[in-house]
Ligand binder design. Structure first.
Ligand code: PLP
Length: 420
């Protein structure tokens, strides 16, 4: 595989034109769209319009006249197209952490009468998911049981109420088989809560086809919604009208402007809204969503997935071909069915500093700390919407140079920042 081969792949790439939808800084190869997506070209003007026209001129009238009121549902329908959900099944609102609180509470309420007392999740799940589950279990008399993925499905006994998993692991990029695991969970009487933070816009997701129960996900990663963009929540239609989420604010009321003293939940997933929505942030999210949906005429998530796998395959191949002997190991599974849209490497020494040295060269990935059971990780996300095969070649070239020159040993690359 040569640089010319990579250029040839770019020349044949049917998705190449999608890159033009974004503002990407010159000289940057951005391998961190799994953590914060890039800026859609349409976003600055759209956000300025919302501020100057809809807020500045429309004022409070814009809740009706500019369609602010049903933005969470309208954007939810757009997200639904990416995750195998039907119209009316998703809302965009709040953060991933808060939405997890809501759906996990609903799932536990649903299991309350069964006497099942365990919530099962992976030890390597994203910390906020575990923290939210830990506090909810404490408050509601459940126990959080942390497992390794290899213990599934055997761990799903009649003591388990809810299985809470992140579909694509944030540290390793390993992807679960949602349909098979959900079937095993249901066979054991267990409800499933799926976190799609590293899946929505990254890999095809089929929530209804998988018969999942609850799902949440992030707006600022592969959906390019901007820093802290609203997240989303999905509830299977069989549960959506039945369970009241605990943050029963007026925005999830059946008729908020009747201003009645008692809560009456809205029909369906709209009850998962809580308070007044962040309209400017939702406008930014819509710009991001539209850039992902722009792939629909070109084959949609299936086409994005095909390119994503080609990019991550190429990255793995080039790292092994060109950086062999430098102590890097592959953490992400090689099997396509088990891989999300990122490649994670580990190294006994210098993982943090190598990432910093790469960032100084304009190759932006990130570092995730390990512990006694998991290695430090160099994490590289591949977003087929704006990355090409030549970018992959160049990012490996920089990695090789950082390793060969031992550039990463410089003090400036070894001082830890607050956000890694
Ligand atoms: C990114 C991520 C989150 C982020 O949660 P916030 O509430 O947006 O901070 C949660 N869960 C997973 C699995 C993530 O990858």
């Amino acid at each position: 595989m040569t640089l010319d081969d990579c250029r040839a792949l770019d020349a044949q790439d049917p998705l190449a034109a999608l890159r033009d939808q974004y503002i990407l800084p010159k000289g940057v190869i951005y391998l961190d769209g799994n953590s914060l997506g890039v800026l859609p070209k349409a976003a600055p003007a759209r956000i300025a319009e919302v501020v100057a026209k809809e807020w500045g001129e429309g004022l409070i009238r814009s809740w009706n006249s500019a369609g602010w009121f049903d933005l969470p549902q309208r954007l939810g329908d757009k997200v639904g197209r990416l995750i195998g959900a039907a119209p009316g099944e998703v809302v965009c609102t709040d953060s991933t952490s808060i939405n997890l609180y809501k759906v996990l509470f609903a799932a536990l309420s649903q299991q309350a009468a069964t006497g099942r007392k365990l919530v099962v999740s992976e030890r390597s799940n994203f910390p906020t998911d575990l923290y939210i589950a830990e506090s909810m279990c404490r408050e509601r008399g459940f126990t959080l049981k942390l497992i390794d993925a290899s213990e599934l499905p055997a761990v799903l006994t009649d003591e388990v109420a809810v299985l809470m998993l992140t579909h694509v692991n944030y540290r390793t990029g390993a992807m679960h088989d949602m349909k098979a695991i959900t079937a095993a969970a249901h066979a054991a009487g267990v409800l499933t809560v799926w976190d799609l933070a590293h899946s929505a816009g990254a890999v095809p997701v089929a929530l209804n086809d998988s018969d999942a129960d609850y799902a949440i996900g992030c707006g600022y990663k592969y959906l390019n919604g901007g820093p802290g963009a609203p997240a989303f929540a999905w509830v299977h239609a069989r549960h959506a009208d039945k369970f009241v989420q605990p943050l029963s604010g007026w925005w999830g009321h059946a008729a908020p402007f009747e201003m009645t003293p008692h809560y009456r939940p809205a029909a369906g997933v709209s009850r998962y809204l809580c308070g007044t929505q962040p309209i400017v942030a939702l406008a930014g999210l819509e710009c991001g969503l539209d850039t992902v949906l722009a792939a629909e005429p070109l084959g949609g998530m299936a086409a994005l997935r095909k390119k994503s796998l080609a990019l991550t395959d190429l990255y793995i191949q080039l790292v092994e071909q060109r950086c062999g002997g430098h102590g890097l190991s592959l953490v992400t599974p090689r099997a396509h069915a088990e891989r999300g849209s990122q490649v994670c490497l580990s190294r006994a020494e210098g993982a943090y500093a190598i990432v910093q040295a790469l960032i100084a060269r304009g190759v932006i990935g990130d570092y995730r700390a390990g512990d006694d059971q998991a290695p430090d990780i160099l994490r590289f996300g591949f977003t087929p919407l704006y990355l090409g095969f030549e970018d992959v070649w160049n990012s490996v070239e920089h990695l090789l140079q950082v390793l060969e020159t031992a550039d990463w040993k410089r003090a400036e690359f070894n001082a830890k920042n607050a956000v890694t």
